[in-house]
Design a binder for this molecule. Structure first.
Ligand SMILES: [Zn+2]
Length: 285
């Protein structure tokens, strides 16, 4: 494992968090791991040392554009970038939260190496093909519908990846670490935007759905451990972000379906996409 720290950090603090996270979550030996901890996009990895040409360029571009923590796998090279911005500044002093965000990204690496990304993509294509006929009855230009559903599909893809990562971390007993991170993240940036769902343009509906989906990637896993007071408080806060009511009603089914049926079987993933696509279709009408 390689660790690169760039920015205004207590290196010892970061080093010990990385050590703890990588000892809690066993990373298979064959997985080559590069971890970057940075606090400014100007430190976006110039070169990871292992990437060349196009992938090195893409890696840097993603790091700069997203300005958030992420994990990236290129063939055998696995990269975790922990990007600490002014919104999650607590990660510089709260070790439990830093271990939490590291565990989350490391779990993405482990699951990507089990082909989860491909499996999720296949489920999205399956659900879209099943749905195609219904979609084109909407009376909107075909290309708009395709764009709408590919964007919703993309968000669902990320949500599902996060649900897999967080539920597996919870199952392994690491709840307190990730909860510490999400709790601080949502309470420090007060991110409750409550988008208005006016049935005007597809784009507005799409933004509202994407926002709700992002909240679900936190609400669903922590509903499983809501006996913990901190988890309950976080869920209640996020649920208040569900405005208007019709969106929250529409997506309730997704939470109960996931908690009941979560598994590595493809049926689960296909149905997850089907539910999102179906609910989105209901919202257009
Ligand atoms: Zn994630």
């Amino acid at each position: 494992m390689n660790l690169t720290i760039r920015g205004d950090f207590n290196e010892e603090f970061v080093g010990s968090a990385v050590k703890k996270a990588t000892s809690l979550l066993k990373i298979p030996k064959k997985i080559k791991l590069n971890i970057f901890v940075i606090d400014n996009i100007k430190f976006c990895p110039v070169t990871s040392g292992t990437l060349k040409g196009e992938s090195a360029k893409e890696f840097k571009k993603l790091c700069k554009e997203e300005a958030t923590s992420m994990s990236l796998t290129y063939k055998k090279n696995n990269h975790v970038i922990i990007h600490i911005s002014k919104f999650d500044n607590y990660l510089k002093t709260n070790k439990k939260a830093l271990i939490g965000v590291l565990l989350h990204e490391l779990m993405h690496i482990v699951q990507t190496n089990k082909s989860l990304d491909n499996k999720i993509r296949k489920a999205a294509i399956f659900a879209f093909n099943k749905f195609k006929k219904e979609l084109f009855k909407i009376g909107q230009p075909k290309q708009n519908i395709i764009n709408f559903y590919s964007n919703i599909g993309e968000s669902t893809n990320y949500v599902l990846k996060d649900i897999y990562a967080n539920l597996e971390l919870i199952n392994k007993g690491f709840t307190d670490y990730i909860l510490e991170d999400y709790y601080n993240l949502y309470f420090s940036k007060k991110k409750c935007i409550k988008p208005k769902l006016q049935k005007q343009t597809l784009e507005q509906i799409e933004n509202a759905i994407n926002y709700q989906l992002e909240l679900l990637s936190v609400i669903i896993p922590f509903t499983k451990v809501q006996r913990k007071p901190k988890a309950k408080k976080l869920i209640n806060y996020l649920k208040k972000c569900y405005e208007p009511k019709e969106l929250s009603e529409e997506f309730k089914e997704l939470t109960s379906y996931t908690l009941k049926n979560f598994s590595w079987r493809k049926n689960f993933r296909q149905n997850f996409f089907m539910i999102v696509f179906k609910k989105s279709l209901d919202l257009i009408f």
